[in-house]
Ligand binder design. Sequence first.
Ligand SMILES: [Zn+2]
Length: 442
Amino acid sequence: MTSDAASPRIDPTAEVVDLCRDLLRIDTTNTGDNDTSVGERRAAEYVAEKLAEVGVESVLHESAPGRANVVARIPGTDPSRGALLVHGHLDVVPADADEWSVHPLSGELRDGYLWGRGAIDMKDFDAMVLAVVRHWQRTGVRPPRDIVLAYTADEEAGSDYGARFLVDNHRGLFDGCTEAIGEVGGFSYSVNDSQRLYLIETAEKGIDWLRLHAKGRPGHGSMVHDDNAVTALAEAVARIGRHRFPVVVTDTVRAFLTEVSDLLGIELDPEDPETAIAKLGPIANLIGATIRNTANPTRLSAGYKDNVIPGRATATIDCRSLPGQSELLERQLRELVGPDIAIEYIQRQPALETTFDGDLVEAMSAALRAEDPGARPVPYMLSGGTDAKAFSQLGIRCFGFAPLKLPADLNFSALFHGIDERVPVDGLQFGVRVLDRFLRTC
Ligand SMILES: [Zn+2]
């Protein structure tokens, strides 16, 4: 333990900026390919070192060379209570430096923001948790319940080398964990100067990635030909791409819309939630994707020569299903593509949904209100997927709660995987205060 790191005078809201910047400067780009995804181990070692400096022992779990996860357990004062899992991924999606105003690995402090790939997804939260835990260790704070910290690899490419690896091979690490917090929730959306919604993630859509296979008769491109795999595939892809699946309002989305329409004074027609959603400004996209199943064609592949009709053609479709709708979506897709196109699932992970109630939700809401008297916590459904999908397989009740207070004019959702990803420094510091309070009282 170095004397610097152990000094009780270190302010966690100041330290979080340094921790986050250090993490941003470690390149943890996840390309989806083990040969080119190299920085996760360095980031994991960094986290382990920052924990060790204040006396927290952690273990590195490598799933493949360079792909590392770090897990630590901080004992609570009441061992009879279930443990809380706090998880954050260390990998980031690629960034093209030419498109950015600053270098994506710079961790530059500019205009009140910390800039860099991962600034909000999700090295910000990784740093906040580290700052809180280091502060506790320095000042002798012990949480009421065990806290399991998990910093994972590979979230951005399906979690096979991260959360999924840990769940499949080291599930004992999570013994006793009943609830979890991680991304993507706890961020603010300004209603007006004095009121902010804080969107707490209580549900996630399912991931249903599939490949369509069309078969036809190979032939010469100069001939009359009526059994062309490319044509058949293109027709099926176009039908899916243009299809609008019916609106289904789940409990989570209904709770969200009821609260929001009340606050904004928007009339909510249960038969037509889209009109109300359209009035939500920058979060309209986020919420709009959670009232129906979606299916977006993302890849096409066929042929090898300009004048040869191939015998096969394939397309990838990125589908996202509402809770309990994966099988229905499969039937809907079969109907759309017709009998001659084969459907192969390449990724199928169930949707999640829990209720917005109980002690943990109370503790989150109270911590937000204590730091922002204008806070209105609301549940919402994420249209994407997170490591929560893997951890929920252990029966853990998962929430997205990585608190951030955001400027009213910031288009937060556009920053995820976006250009000029950045986190407001005061928002980051707010997050540390909320987490500190929440983790002491949950
Ligand atoms: Zn993320």
